[in-house]
Design a binder for this molecule. Structure first.
Ligand code: SF4
Length: 100
């Protein structure tokens, strides 16, 4: 845990973790298990083809206006496991310039 920082207990109006995850981080075959439609995967395939899948870009599924995942019900397990208020959460917030 980093220092004695205020608690963060909500993802509302944040999305910092999604701002540095350029493609939905599916495990191999997971998109098939979740029945993700091919058209929703196309933007990720295009980013991978452009060799941008490790760049610090907002996720192709992230809605920057709503600051939320466009396909929340289909999001990968890695996104489901990412916990608000953890050190990784705070680090993501610092990286995108969200205070605390
Ligand atoms: S929650 Fe959605 S927008 Fe955020 S990284 Fe995961 S798939 Fe992308």
């Amino acid at each position: 845990m980093i220092g004695r920082l205020p608690l963060i207990d909500s993802c509302d109006d944040c999305g910092a973790c999604c701002m540095r995850t350029p493609v939905p981080p599916f495990e191999p075959g997971e998109e098939t298990v979740r029945s993700v439609p091919a058209e929703l995967l196309q933007p990720a395939h295009e980013r991978i083809a452009a060799d941008q899948h490790f760049d610090p870009l907002p996720c192709v599924w992230f809605d920057e206006t709503a600051r939320a995942c466009r396909h929340y019900d289909l999001r990968p397990a890695a996104c489901r496991r990412f916990e608000v208020g953890t050190d990784a959460c705070r680090m993501a917030r610092r990286e995108v310039g969200i205070d605390i």
